[in-house]
Ligand binder design. Sequence first.
Ligand SMILES: [Zn+2]
Length: 171
Amino acid sequence: MATADKYITFEAAYQFLNKRLFDNKLEACVITLNCDGVRKAFFVKNSFKAQDGSETRDEIALNPDIFASCTDVEILSTLAHEMVHKWQYDYGKPGKNAYHNKEWAKAMKRIGLKPFNIVKPDRETGPACAHVIMEDGLFAQVCQELAAKKIKLDRQLQKPSANKKRKDKRK
Ligand SMILES: [Zn+2]
């Protein structure tokens, strides 16, 4: 009997990647689907605070407008990229203004993502960095497992603004 597709939320995807790529070291993080123009995603330390100041939570913001044209693997790799920023804030030495430094680049490669500087692609560090998935890396392996189990990202959870343009087009 064929197994049906199983859909998981971004939060569940975060927990899964935390377990498989970061030894469950990362604390819970608020994942928002923020439309923010050109950026694919970003990480903010202590973005959320309890009213009495007793508790804070970090934020990973993902851009659903860009994701509309991305595969699940691409989206997960972006989530993992931001999780490396979180790992570095909690366990390493982050560069100023989310600068992608050598330690970050090393951590990226450890989980199977090869970083590159968008402006100077022969470099692995700099203010604006993207990544490619290493074929034989841990990240690629984890994605193969998800595909084998027919686990897909639930993309229903989008801001209405992200869907608006598409709806208008249909008219
Ligand atoms: Zn980054």
